[in-house]
Design a protein around this ligand. Structure first.
Ligand SMILES: Nc1nc2c(c(=O)[nH]1)N[C@H]1C(S)=C(S)[C@@H](COP(=O)(O)O)O[C@H]1N2
Ligand SMILES: [Mo]
Length: 308
């Protein structure tokens, strides 16, 4: 029956169109990892980036088989490697925010450059001299978008890839609002307390991949030193590079990690008053670890305070 046939075809087409429209409207959460981003935002680009030399992104260093350089247009053409996602982030103020962005997956770029098995340190360098350094583990570990970051809940967490984004927007979780800009590194959080914004390098020009060992953050310092203390003693944890690292600790004897209590939510130059001493009223063991981009986690310090 040709009429029936045509009717079914029309309905089928309508359904496809409807699904396409819906997926555009719902933005971030519906966009699957690895799915090429929709074309929204591309239109305004020629006016925003007019005149300047083509942006190049170079992957180099003794940790790759061959140096690779790509123009922005070449990056945009890597259809199998594109991704669009929302990112949750916490900064050193400390404030929380969302960033939506579209770009190319860092893992794909490193593959194209032939990242070596013994590559250990990856540095993202920007034109202004700013850079962010990662251990290989930090680059490859699972990172998430926490849609309920503002409610301090991990509910609905979505794993998101590291990308170099050419379209993005701060303070939104709506992928439809992104606009063109210089290549920016976007990454997810390993936990709700993971302070990541310093690693959101703007204007990335070079990815340097090195076989050099990244080293390990030194162990946390504690003042007063562990031992017998009077009730109400305030323990201050510190680190020689305290503005580059976060100190996480537990009071229940468990191993500290990025999901533990955060001793220094602020850097020393923002709101140091938020980095509160730990008051000890009864015998307690503080276990503390130092975590920061570019080096392996410190050894865990086990600090036992006996209250007499
Ligand atoms: N190229 C470059 N990228 C950079 C920085 C910088 O100084 N230069 N500052 C970083 C820091 S410390 C933060 S907190 C964020 C600030 O991003 P925002 O301006 O979008 O808030 O960018 C990061 N990326
Ligand atoms: Mo920052």
């Amino acid at each position: 029956m040709p009429l029936m046939h045509r009717l079914l075809k029309t309905i089928g087409l309508l359904v496809v169109l409807l699904v396409a429209c819906l997926s555009l409207l719902t933005g971030c959460q519906s966009q699957k990892q690895g799915e090429p981003p929709a074309a929204a935002g591309v239109a305004g680009e020629s006016t925003r980036n007019s005149g300047s030399a083509p942006d190049m992104l170079t992957s180099t260093g003794n940790g790759v088989e061959h140096e690779t350089s790509f123009t922005l247009d070449e990056l945009k053409g890597m259809e199998d490697s594109l991704a669009g996602a929302c990112y949750s982030a916490v900064n050193n103020w400390p404030a929380k925010k969302y960033i939506a962005g579209k770009g190319v997956k860092v893992s794909s770029l490193l593959q194209k450059a032939g990242i070596k098995e013994d590559a250990q340190t990856i540095i993202f360098r920007a034109a202004d001299g700013y850079n962010a350094s990662f251990t290989r583990e930090q680059l490859e570990e699972k990172r998430f978008y926490f849609p309920n970051l503002m409610k301090d809940s991990t509910e609905g967490a979505v794993e998101v890839p590291l990308i170099l984004a050419w379209e993005y927007k701060d303070d939104t979780s709506d992928l439809n609002e992104v606009t063109s800009g210089k290549l920016r590194l976007l990454l997810g959080q390993t936990g709700l307390n993971d302070v990541t914004t310093a690693a959101f390098v703007k204007g990335v020009t070079t990815i340097e991949v090195l076989t050099d060992p990244p080293g390990r953050w030194s162990t946390v310092r504690a003042e007063p030193a562990p031992g017998k203390v009077s009730p109400g003693t305030e323990i201050v944890l510190s680190h020689p590079e305290e503005d580059l690292v976060k100190i996480y600790y537990t009071l229940d004897g468990s191993e500290p990690d990025v999901n533990s209590l955060l001793f220094n939510p602020s850097t020393s130059y923002f709101r140091p008053e938020l980095n509160k001493p730990i008051q000890v009223d009864r015998t307690v063991t503080i276990k503390a670890v130092v975590i920061g981009f570019g080096k392996h986690n410190s050894q865990v310090a086990t600090l036992k305070y006996e209250v007499e």
